[in-house]
Design a binder for this molecule. Structure first.
Ligand code: XBP
Ligand code: MG
Length: 253
């Protein structure tokens, strides 16, 4: 019996759009300046910090491992929460001013999946405000309604690479993992999806290209457009032009 493809579950940062370097990183730096912290996350340093998912978690990690010399305020956790609230505001304002384009093939695949009656969901470490802003400014003001489930940020306790966000998404969709495909860009994301037993397609980007993607169904440079073919980096599919619905159905059949 063939397995049905019932849902696609998308990661956001690095998968839908290249938000990390030019939007999240910039928003963190703007916020540090506003809070009087003489910290600056260069593109290179940010690549190293991406090992930790979640903005609040990343700030704490940097403080502990790179800037133990910066005195901690009495209410450290509260300070980090406030810092992160401001960062979210900066990020949202930034996307409103300069929308980050979706990666090749993202809009095409979302549109094809909707037309084929495949359900859509999001499983991300970033927070809901950021997801809503990206969808609004980079896809369409109503695109948030395309997704039946948006599992984001602190809705689960343990962020990726823990599988909690994917387990939560499956539970909301009421689907077994074998009827879903996750789309991710990072090793942290792959581990999270595989931890929930969801077959996973990887679209690499500059920050994640060198990571380990063992266990992925397919690894490509991007999802591909008819005018911008995808390159297969790993996976037994021969030459393809795009990651489309028929290919995804074949991959899990
Ligand atoms: C995304 C993240 C997030 C963003 C920042 O990972 O790690 O931390 O960088 O978002 P993934 P917040 O793509 O695997 O979901 O500041 O809102 O946490
Ligand atoms: Mg990602």
């Amino acid at each position: 019996m063939r397995t049905t493809l019932s849902a696609l579950i998308f990661d956001v940062d690095g998968t839908l759009a290249e938000t990390e370097r030019d939007a999240h990183r910039v928003a963190f730096n703007e916020t540090f300046a506003e809070f009087g912290l003489n910290w600056f996350w260069s593109e290179e340093l940010y690549g190293k910090l991406l090992v930790v998912t979640g903005g609040k978690e990343r700030i704490k990690f940097y403080w502990e491992c790179y800037r133990a010399d910066t005195p901690r305020p009495n209410q450290w956790e509260t300070f980090i929460t406030e810092l992160h609230k401001k960062k979210t505001l900066c990020y949202n304002q930034k996307l409103a001013r300069n929308p980050i384009p979706l990666r090749p093939g993202v809009q095409r695949l979302l549109t094809e999946a909707r037309a084929a009656g495949i359900r859509l969901a999001i499983a991300t470490t970033t927070n809901l405000d950021n997801v809503a802003a990206l969808l609004h400014y980079s896809l369409s003001p109503t695109a948030i309604n395309w997704f039946e489930v948006i599992a984001a940020g602190d809705v689960v306790k343990a962020k990726k690479p823990a599988s909690d966000i994917y387990a939560y998404t499956l539970q909301q969709l009421q689907l077994p993992p074998t009827e879903c495909i996750a789309l991710e860009d990072s090793n942290n994301g792959l581990r999270a999806a595989l931890g929930a037993k969801i077959p996973t397609v990887i679209t690499v980007n500059d920050y994640t290209r060198q990571e380990n993607f063992n266990g992925a169904l397919l690894v490509v440079n991007h999802l591909g457009e008819p005018t911008q073919p995808a390159t297969v980096l790993a996976g037994n599919v021969g030459k393809i032009f795009c990651v489309d619905v028929p290919l995804l159905r074949l991959l899990i059949a």
